[in-house]
Design a protein around this ligand. Structure first.
Ligand SMILES: [Mg+2]
Length: 367
């Protein structure tokens, strides 16, 4: 089997029911779907969500089609790690960060999807599984538009509780500490005193403010304090971990194993949160999982759909999968993992679950 073509499709998602965290308001959003074709007729699928960086899709498309596709054409997709290294060399002059890493991730995901399809197995089985389900929490406590009375916020948390999600995460730090306390207490009144409640500050605090708020959050029984500081402030994270008993979680904005190794060796988090787009694809996710294991560091994924579900089933130190709650409707992918009784279950469909539905493409395709 040889790679014969690489195709990208840009997607744009309209602004519907706006929601926000401390840093961004998520109105119009974008993504890029990638397909790697082979001479056997098999197609490997990958997908990169670009969030609010809606004009980044064209740049990512160029990197994949012009810079990386020539590296893959006529090659054997089973030589995944060799091809990953060649893609790295093709882009290292401009830095293996940001869009460069997204481009490598997308294609590495396609190669793993191709292998799973060729072997006729779900992705997690190919990786060597350690479980067939993992606890799933719901990231539903956003800042919603026109929600000063927190009615939409409460409704979202009530739905997660009635769906028996194993935990609820809320956004904090867009406003004052007093506002955070109001949000935490509102959530607590719904999930109960024993309920698992995480908070996420999305990088906006400085060290002293993170400690001031963190001391209050931990008194309120918060389960973890996510991304209080900029991802680059490794020393600040180490300092904060030393001053709080509540776990500090971060890692969703670290690109690749070298950045994660720096974080882990500095003792700069209590829970590592790799993002499957930023790890460098399944190849590098599994290497990061090994690094985390050697540092006795639990993993909780950033995001949980598509390829992430499969990776968590093969990551022994993983403890949580992030989700948006129990899905309503059919979602964007052809396959979707089942969420039930507080767990997300290993998908049975062949591949890594990253093929977009025709309806998704018809509604959101840009070109
Ligand atoms: Mg986060």
């Amino acid at each position: 089997m040889r790679i014969s073509d690489v195709q990208t499709i840009r997607l744009r998602f309209p602004d519907r029911d706006g929601y926000a965290d401390a840093q961004h308001r998520f109105g119009e959003r974008a993504g890029v779907a990638v397909r790697v074709h082979t001479d056997s007729g098999l197609v490997g699928h990958g997908y990169i969500y670009l969030g609010v960086s809606i004009h980044a899709g064209a740049a990512l498309q160029t990197l994949i089609e012009r810079q990386l596709a020539p590296v893959l054409i006529n090659e054997d997709p089973y030589m995944t790690r060799l091809l990953r290294d060649r893609m790295w060399h093709a882009l290292e002059y401009v830095g293996i960060q940001g869009l460069s890493h997204f481009a490598i991730t997308a294609l590495d995901s396609c190669l793993w999807d191709l292998m799973a399809r060729d072997l006729g197995v779900p992705g997690w089985r190919l990786l060597g599984a350690c479980r067939d389900r993992i606890p799933a929490y719901a990231m539903v406590g956003w800042y919603y538009d026109d929600d000063d009375d927190l009615a939409k916020y409460r409704q979202a948390i009530e739905t997660a509780v009635s769906d028996e999600m194993a935990g609820v995460k809320i956004k904090v730090a867009r406003g004052s500490l007093e506002e955070d306390i109001r949000r935490i207490e509102a959530a607590r009144s719904i999930i109960g005193r024993e309920g698992v409640l995480m908070v996420d500050a999305n990088q906006v605090l400085d060290r002293n403010e993170a400690l001031r708020r963190g001391l209050v959050y931990q008194e309120l029984g918060v389960y973890w304090f996510e991304e209080p500081l900029r991802p680059h402030d490794t020393a600040g994270y180490t300092w904060l971990c030393d001053h709080l008993t509540m776990p500090v979680a971060t890692g969703e904005n670290h690109y690749g194993r070298y950045a994660v190794q720096e974080l882990l060796s500095a003792g700069a988090c209590d829970i590592l949160q790799p993002d499957a787009r930023r790890t460098g694809g399944p190849s590098e996710w599994m290497e990061i999982a090994g690094l985390a294991s050697a540092h006795h560091m639990p993993i909780a994924s950033h995001g949980g759909e598509g390829v992430t579900t499969h990776l968590l089933m093969a990551t022994p130190s993983a403890i949580w999968c992030e989700t948006g709650g129990v899905p309503r409707g059919r979602g964007m992918y052809t396959d979707r993992a089942r969420i039930e009784d507080g767990y997300i279950y290993a998908p049975e469909a062949i591949g890594f679950g990253t093929e977009l539905r025709d309806e998704t493409l018809a509604m959101c395709q840009v070109d």
